[in-house]
Design a protein around this ligand. Structure first.
Ligand code: MOS
Length: 704
């Protein structure tokens, strides 16, 4: 062995698959060749509610290359009565073609399978579907509060501590404001794509997803298969943002492969993704803050409303963000849902925290203004010793250190708190700040590490690299645990045969996988006698972190951050330009500074996108979206994004074997509020509805 080394974690390392990706050698799910491949094309409903009365399949079956048309009368039956991811019931939307009901516009009503993708599309677009249409209701807004109900999602729905009205009444300063965020769509660059086939009695699926354990498990449950007879692979993933779980395309591909007994691929179009891939619900939020004259919070209330579909309950837990952030004598938070005839929303880019932090961190800025305090000083005065609601100790909490470092680097000390006083020609200039936080967690995972006879090591873990650099991070982690250089370590991921592991989600992927890899690699290193011969099949050690993670003490475990933005607003056109952004994070040990910075900057870019651009508009008449494509739905592009700096302070997690907390989502949290707060500072006008479009800036006027 070469000299023992433990310096890989923390050193910048280019993506191990980077060359394959830029040369095109890396293949994505929709382009992997299969012999005898057939192609499926989904047909989506054109009505928002009702029944399928008839499908004219005969005409379509006579078209060139068409092999089958699957629909509710002939598709294989599936079972949805099972516990899915983290024990949650599955969204019945994935049970394709099980009945004639249409729950929303864009509901899948048929799958046309043909020899080529073009033939399948041609036939799918010709399929005549006759509907019995019923009135639909897609109107969302704060006015639906009366019909809403609370529900525990992945966070408790309602949490109440103390007497809210009494503390509000006793407050010297009260802020009561309503905020809204629009429907937003994930839009990963790579559309959802899956190929299914039966081989040697096993179901094989090649897919693009955020966790093959998850997808394999759900497909086994849906089709009542022995889990050991299902294998899902997902090697390269061109983005997910929460949308790449079990979706119609995998289920349709499995059905068609079963009926035709040949490989079938189903790829979503960009437009189909707008109704089949999930999205972030719009939110209507109300925040009431009561404070003493010195800014200390007596009352914090945050209520959030989101929509869900008629067939499944999904909570966007926007009100939960404050529970670990600020101390207050009375602390009431509630996330509620209202059911409409729309697709089921899902997790997207910091679900809950992203829209929730827009409302709460805007409200804090408004409160600071009313108290005549610097917004950072307001946060310092409300910094809790322990969890504000839970009373639990923090694993580590370095929020104020992030603000101090950020303020120093951003030049915050020179800021004039008065709005609308800085100008650069026709532009009004302003700066804003906001806090960020995101839960830091780990979930049980298994890994296997093999010492090969040639002196190299192979790590097998069912991780997903959705563009984050997870494969590279795990290479560094394994190298350190094995005390070898990274070029002797190869990491294989994205294969459900490797055993159960956490998904790439909840900012918990890399931490969960690194824990399992470290456990197996540590044990392997200790078991290998120096200079001992390795047999040809290698020496393998397996790990399972269930017990270690189950033994973790209950604590408030979070990453924190401070966001800063400078904007320029043209009062004549309403245009808002972000001029610079800085984020300082306390987010655990940083495994790979190169890809970590990339993730933080990516999250902050989504924050700009959320603040200024992204908005899916639902047409109440049809029940569908206007402009459901990347022309109609604008995500921040290069021209919208200024130089963004992201950095971090030392904050290793004391209870994690590697010190990791997780950085996947915190970059977006607070970023939209920092931009909105900067727009207020530039103009003196508070924007409480996202996105801050030019028309809204013009209509609101300003001090100019
Ligand atoms: Mo993320 S929204 O947990 O994929």
């Amino acid at each position: 062995m070469t000299t023992a080394t433990r310096g890989s974690v923390g050193s910048a390392h280019a993506r191990v698959e980077g060359r394959d990706k830029v040369t095109g050698a890396a293949r994505y799910a929709g382009e992997i060749p299969f012999a005898d491949l057939a192609h499926g094309w989904l047909v989506l409903s054109t009505v928002a509610r009702g029944r399928v009365r008839a499908l004219d399949t005969e005409a379509v079956l006579a078209m060139p290359g068409v092999l089958a048309v699957l629909h509710h009368q002939n598709a294989p039956r599936v079972d949805t009565d099972y516990a899915g991811l983290m024990g949650m019931s599955p969204d019945p939307s994935i049970a394709l073609f099980q009945h004639d009901r249409v729950a929303h516009l864009g509901w899948p009503v048929a799958l046309v399978v043909a020899e080529t993708s073009e033939q399948a599309r041609e036939a799918a677009e010709s399929l005549q579907v006759d509907y019995e249409q019923e009135p639909h209701d897609v109107a969302f807004g704060a006015e639906r509060e009366a019909e809403a109900y609370a529900l525990d999602g992945h966070m408790p729905g309602v949490v109440e501590k103390g007497d809210l009205e009494a503390e509000l009444a006793a407050s010297a300063v009260v802020l009561d404001a309503e905020y809204t965020t629009p429907e937003e769509h994930h839009n990963p660059m790579e559309p959802h794509a899956a190929t299914a086939r039966w081989e040697g009695g096993r179901l094989e699926v090649v897919d693009s997803n955020q966790g093959t354990t998850w997808v394999a498990g759900e497909l086994a449950s849906l089709f009542s298969l022995d889990p050991a007879s299902v294998r899902v692979r997902s090697e390269h993933v061109g983005g997910g943002f929460g949308s790449k779980g079990v979706r119609a395309h995998q289920v349709g591909a499995v059905m068609a492969a079963t009926v035709l007994q040949r490989p079938v691929r189903v790829v979503m179009t960009r437009r189909q993704m707008f109704s089949l891939a999930g999205y972030r619900s719009p939110t209507a939020q109300r925040v009431r803050l009561g404070a003493d004259a010195d800014g200390r919070l007596r009352a914090l209330e945050h209520r959030s409303l989101n929509l869900t579909s008629a067939v499944h309950e999904f909570v966007e837990p926007s009100a939960a963000a404050g529970r670990s952030m600020y101390a207050a004598d009375a602390h009431h938070t509630a996330s509620r849902i209202v059911r409409l005839d729309v697709p089921t929303p899902t997790w997207m880019r910091a679900p809950g925290e992203a829209p929730g932090s827009f409302a709460l961190e805007s409200a804090l800025d408004e409160l600071a203004e009313r108290c005549g305090l610097d917004p950072i000083e307001l946060r310092v005065r409300n910094e809790p010793e322990v969890g504000p609601v839970s009373g639990l100790p923090f694993g580590s909490r370095n929020l104020i250190a992030c603000f101090r470092e950020g303020a120093r680097r951003f030049g915050w000390a020179d800021r004039d708190r008065r709005p609308g006083v800085r100008r650069d020609g026709r532009w009004l200039l302003g700066t804003g700040t906001a806090a960020a936080s995101f839960p830091a967690g780990a979930m049980p995972s298994t890994a296997a590490v093999t010492a090969e006879a040639d002196g190299t090591f192979t790590v097998r873990i069912n991780a997903a690299d959705i563009g984050t650099g997870a494969r590279t991070a795990l290479t560094l982690v394994a190298a350190d645990a094995l005390e070898v250089a990274t070029d002797r370590v190869r990491v294989r991921i994205g294969n459900s045969d490797f055993g159960p592991a956490m998904i790439a989600g909840g900012s918990m992927g890399t931490r969960s996988w690194a824990w399992a890899v470290t456990a197996a690699a540590d044990e392997l290193r200790q078991s290998l006698a120096p200079g001992a011969d390795i047999p040809p099949e290698g020496v393998t050690v397996r790990s399972d972190t269930s017990e270690a993670i189950g033994a973790l003490a209950q604590k408030e475990r979070h990453s924190f951050g401070a966001q800063f933005a400078e904007v320029a607003v043209d009062p004549a056109t309403g245009e808002v330009r972000v001029r610079r952004m800085l984020g300082i994070f306390a987010a655990g040990r940083i495994v790979n500074p190169l890809t970590a910075r990339n993730q933080f900057v990516g999250g902050m870019t989504w924050g700009i996108s959320m603040a200024l651009h992204e908005e899916a508009v639902r047409d109440r008449a049809s029940g569908g979206l206007y402009g459901a494509d990347l022309a109609g739905y604008h995500v921040a592009a290069h021209a919208d994004v200024p130089p963004i700096e992201a950095d971090w302070i030392d904050d290793p997690d004391p209870d994690d074997p590697v010190g990791i907390k997780g950085i996947g989502e915190i970059g977006i949290v607070g970023a939209a509020a920092a931009v909105a707060n900067a727009v207020w500072h530039a103009t003196g006008v508070r924007h409480r509805d996202l996105p801050i479009r030019p028309d809204r800036v013009l209509m609101a006027g300003g001090d100019a």
